[in-house]
Design a protein around this ligand. Structure first.
Ligand code: PRP
Ligand code: URA
Length: 210
């Protein structure tokens, strides 16, 4: 496994992702599970946030206590499905900025088409956490990361719930400076470039559009 890939292994994550995979899990529950999985993954992905000691008074005495330091991190979901991970991450970092990158895969070619991009400014010196539950061919993630770098982003993490082996390798090799957090690496892609066993179309399951 490449150095910039962290597979987050936890029985709670596995259990929740198995529930997401089940085709009988409805929209409401799927959405809630996506939030919870994002929060559990975020706890690990944000482990190296810098802190600084600040003087405070407890009811007992004065002390120096650590608080998160530096510019507020930014979350950047890849639309649509990445939106499902935002609220879980905001539970951890309520003051985070939120940018958006809109992309859809062309149904025939599977090549990502960008239709929207709005990123928080200034983007330099800020941790950017890109969110997309599914990494299939890896095309959407690669293009989104390239777009963020073009806009000036330098400190970038990518959080994805399920990846195909080839998609993960593509993102990790094209963006060796981006730390990738993934909860499950699945078997392969099918002929329609869907992840197997996967969970189907994450956007449709989050928004109830199919
Ligand atoms: C899905 C998913 C990823 C992309 C992954 O989005 O949320 O963004 O496919 O595929 P890739 O790794 O092969 O690029 P989709 O294009 O279906 O758009 P949607 O979220 O709006 O449904
Ligand atoms: N996008 C999804 O939502 N699921 C897949 O399996 C592949 C792309």
């Amino acid at each position: 496994m490449r150095e910039n890939i962290t597979v987050i292994n936890h029985p709670l994550l596995k259990h929740k992702i198995s529930m997401m995979r089940d085709k009988n899990t409805g929209t409401n529950e799927f959405r809630k599970l996506t939030e919870e999985v994002a929060m559990l993954m975020g706890y690990e992905a944000l482990r190296d946030l810098p802190t600084e000691d600040v003087a405070i008074e407890t009811p007992i005495e004065e002390c120096m206590a650590p608080f998160i330091a530096g510019k507020k991190p930014a979350l950047v979901p890849i639309l649509r499905a990445g939106l499902g991970m935002v609220s879980g991450m905001l539970t951890l970092v309520p003051a985070a900025k939120v940018g958006h990158i809109g992309m859809y895969r062309d149904e025939e070619t599977k090549v990502p088409q960008e239709y929207y991009c709005k990123l928080p400014q200034p983007i330099e010196d800020r941790l950017i956490v890109v969110l997309d539950p599914m990494t299939a061919t890896g095309g959407s993630a690669c293009d989104a990361l390239a777009q963020i770098k073009k806009a000036g982003g330098t400190h970038i993490k990518y959080m994805t719930i399920i990846a195909s082996p080839d998609g993960l390798e593509k993102v990790a090799s094209e963006h060796p400076d981006v730390q990738i957090y993934v909860a499950q690496v699945d078997r392969c892609l099918n002929k329609d470039a869907y992840i197997c066993p996967g969970l189907g179309d994450a956007g449709d399951r989050i928004f109830g559009t199919k």
